[in-house]
Design a protein. Sequence first.
Length: 157
Amino acid sequence: MLQLSEELIGQAVSGRRNEFYLFTKAECPRGVGSEDWSSSFILACIQRSLRRIRTDRLDLVQFHNCSEAVLRKSEAIEGLQTAWERGYTRYLGHTGDSRAAKFAVESGVFDTLQTSINIADQRAARIDDPAGTGTQDGSDREASPREHRLEIHESAD
């Protein structure tokens, strides 16, 4: 589906690049069940997206559903950083929840984080939740309403 979307966007905006912000996602590059998040393959996927969208640069490339374990290996991150160094993307992002989201924020590498928020189930808002359970200790007990609050801290920058 990503392939078709990128090609349609390329057809629609390729002659008017400066009128749009272009974002895309880099996800498990070889399909479901694959763990090929190598630096070279991530870079190849981004280059493929550039060709499909018919542009020389993107405004944001986000990892999509990249696990904490993959992020910790850092090879995938290296591919994303190489794309930024080469001018293929202006910003680096991560989409995900729980521990992967927390690691992405703490790594200092990513400019954006997109996470799931649902009015009925706000466990994903808790990036300090080790198991995505809604509890700090990872147990499956029901979290109290106080534990479901989302704290936002503004920086002084």
